[in-house]
Ligand binder design. Structure first.
Ligand code: GAL
Length: 664
């Protein structure tokens, strides 16, 4: 069965959110119908946390309310993204199957009373999840309202229980084949950790001191594979009864325990949730980061923003509201980068329960509110952008992204605690975003030949095939920047010997790193080009590369800090310290110039974002977002005669203003 394209069915971009009518009653449902029409909602995610309602006792299903709501939504012109409720098993389930409750690394078995309280390896949980997915698919698989299946919600719960131990051991057996191979992979010759039977092998539970990094890395891989298997099981049960596309919503960048490339291949439509990690201009950059990731995990195909907040912006220990206009700008930030719509968590702010203070599209204050008026304006804007559906985004620059590299860097015992994977990736992406460049993420083993520039930050773990791939990319004419502490260990987490990075890559870079020299906290080192580095330095020997900037003091004085190597038809650059923001921006600008990649729209001041989408038939749209507090005149080049948002020409973008230019 070929799943139908979501936006073909909707006739345009998706707009709506999680709809939880079970928290309300008839008069509110009636009002919802009117408000959804007013806001232009065309897709509602239903049933995400409805397990207790749908299966009040084991094996006894009650679909009365869902029947009524699906029919009601359909009659109201709202399509349904129907969720399987398996992220939140009801209390009866956990009392009947206490062995399906997750156990934390210190052996604490968690109890129900929150959500996501399950062990993916517990047979009772998996059976119950498959059964309810199948029952829902059988009943609603061809319901006229149904546009999309939403399996589970944010696969995220990790568990260290005995079911997990057994499943982990089975996974290890199939990965490594024998105990000898496992012992070798995990380096158990150190600290007398040698395993002599599979029963001795455990998940990385609380230990006295550093855990074994090989065991930790394999456990993260196992957890991701287990979640993928759980997803596939539900997806396949659904497909028996339904030809609608199936997805699951992937979680925010920093909280992800999944191999997102693998999930991207397993879903019919990549769907992500995104709540900015910081306010102001950082929220706009973070939106681009999340959206570029989602598009990349979708292999460049259209994807969907499954959740965002009308007012959820993290700021350390508090959650801030969005400023006026930000709901639209963040929404268009996702649309610009390929999303097929924008959905929110949740339609109506809850009156009670654990997330009663999480803003909704309809806030506690009701529809006579700034938030609902902005939501309505967003719905109207998306209605005018229907023609963008199905179009895609092309990038000429890629940042390498690999869960293995992230997980391997997320262990004890590294030479510095300042080697945060996501912070480093965000910083690289941010510098490109500041430069007005549209960026993809790419897997280190994939074909990179479409990219003129590839950046490899924090690529600590680099598989043998990836090292060969990167060498090939440079030889064939690509420009590659490899950043410090990359290419250090292989896919078992074993250090490459004879100098870093891994030998085939080293040839392309023309350097050999002999020694890592983390800097003292607050230490700043000055480089010969006037920039400075923090956190990290390396003793680098040039083996063919030219030195573009050298260390100026200490034992590294005179040694290369930034190098360039002409290799084959391309260039391999190596950066051995963490540059300050200005120095890093200058380096990125230099690399972009060398690779011949200009900004999406030249001549824009900082804080104005431009991204274009294009259709297979040659139509193009340029999305412009002014994140600044002042008005911005647009450069002469784009055709500014037709802004889809207003239907008229654009002269200047007002503070916080947006435009979507056809043919731009
Ligand atoms: C998401 C989750 C939603 C809701 C939201 C709040 O991660 O899927 O159910 O909790 O966060 O921001």
């Amino acid at each position: 069965m070929t799943p139908l394209l979501l936006t073909d069915r909707l006739g345009g971009l998706a707009f709506g959110g999680d709809y939880n009518p079970e928290q309300w009653d008839e008069p509110v449902w009636k009002e919802d119908e009117e408000l959804m029409r007013r806001a232009g909602v065309n897709l509602a995610t239903v049933g995400v946390f409805s397990w207790a309602l749908l299966e009040p006792d084991e094996g006894r299903y009650d679909f009365a309310l869902l029947d009524a709501h699906l029919d009601r939504l359909h009659a109201n012109g709202v399509a349904v993204d129907l969720a399987t409720p398996t992220a939140s098993p009801p209390p009866w389930f956990t009392l009947a199957h206490p062995d399906a409750l997750p156990v934390s690394p210190d052996g604490t078995r968690l109890t129900h009373g929150s959500r996501d309280t399950y062990c993916l390896a517990a047979p009772a949980y998996r059976d119950a999840a498959r059964r309810i997915a199948s029952a829902l698919a059988e009943r609603y698989g061809d319901h006229p309202a149904l546009a999309l299946w939403h399996v589970h919600n944010e696969y995220a719960t990790l568990c260290w229980c005995d079911h997990t131990a057994a499943a982990f051991a089975a996974w290890l057996r199939s990965r490594h084949g024998s105990l000898d191979a496992l012992n070798d992979a995990w380096g158990t010759a150190f600290w007398s950790q040698r395993y002599t039977s599979w029963e001795q092998v455990l998940p990385p539970r609380a230990t006295q001191w550093h855990a074994n990094p090989g065991q930790v890395l394999d456990f993260r891989r196992y957890c991701s594979d287990q979640a993928l298997a759980a997803y596939r099981e539900q997806r396949d049960a659904i497909r028996v009864h339904s030809d609608r596309p199936v997805t699951t919503n992937l979680m925010l960048p920093g909280y992800q325990n999944l191999d997102l490339w693998a999930f991207g291949r397993a879903v019919d439509l990549v769907a992500v949730d995104h709540y900015p990690a910081a306010p102001g201009i950082d929220a706009a950059a973070d939106t681009a980061f999340g959206a570029d990731r989602a598009r990349s995990f979708a292999g460049g195909r259209p994807w969907l923003l499954m959740e965002q907040g009308t007012g959820t912006v993290q700021d350390g220990d508090r959650i801030l509201g969005k400023e006026p206009g930000e709901i639209l700008r963040h929404t268009l930030g996702h649309i610009a980068r390929g999303s097929e719509g924008a959905l929110f968590f949740q339609w109506r702010q809850s009156r009670a329960g654990a997330e009663q203070w999480h803003p909704g599209m309809v806030p506690h204050a009701g529809p006579d509110s700034r938030v609902f008026r902005e939501v309505t304006a967003v719905g109207a804007a998306l209605g005018r952008l229907a023609e963008l559906a199905g179009s895609t985004v092309t990038a000429r620059v890629a940042v390498l992204h690999d869960s293995d590299a992230w997980w391997a860097l997320d262990v004890d015992g590294l030479p510095s605690a300042e080697l945060d994977y996501h912070a480093t990736l965000r910083r690289t992406h941010r510098a490109l975003w500041d430069a007005g460049t549209t960026t993809d993420f790419a897997h280190p083993e994939q074909d990179l030949s479409d990219y003129r520039l590839v950046l490899a930050p924090a690529l600590f773990l680099l598989s043998g095939p990836a090292a060969v791939n990167l060498r090939r990319y440079v030889a064939a004419g690509g420009t590659l920047l490899v950043q410090y502490f990359s290419g250090v260990v292989d896919d078992r987490g074993h250090a490459y010997l004879g100098g870093y990075p891994a030998a085939p890559l080293r040839e392309a870079l023309g350097v050999r790193v002999e020694e890592y020299r983390p800097l003292r906290r607050d230490e700043r080192i000055v480089l010969s080009d006037g920039s400075h580095g923090t956190a990290w330095s390396e003793s680098v020997r040039a083996e063919g590369a030219e030195t573009l900037a050298a260390y100026t003091h200490g034992m590294l004085a005179g040694a290369p800090a930034l190098t360039r190597h002409r290799f084959g038809a391309g260039q391999g650059w190596y950066l051995s310290t963490r540059l300050d923001d200005t120095g890093y921006a200058a380096l990125v600008a230099r690399l972009l110039a060398q690779a011949g990649v200009g900004p999406e729209l030249p001549g824009l001041p900082p804080g104005v974002e431009a991204v274009s989408r294009h259709a297979a038939d040659g139509r193009r749209w340029l999305v412009l977002l002014n994140h600044r507090a002042d008005a911005v005149r647009l450069p002469a080049q784009p055709d500014t005669t037709h802004d889809l948002l207003t239907g008229g020409p654009v002269g200047e973008l007002p503070p916080g203003g947006c435009a979507v230019l056809r043919g731009g």
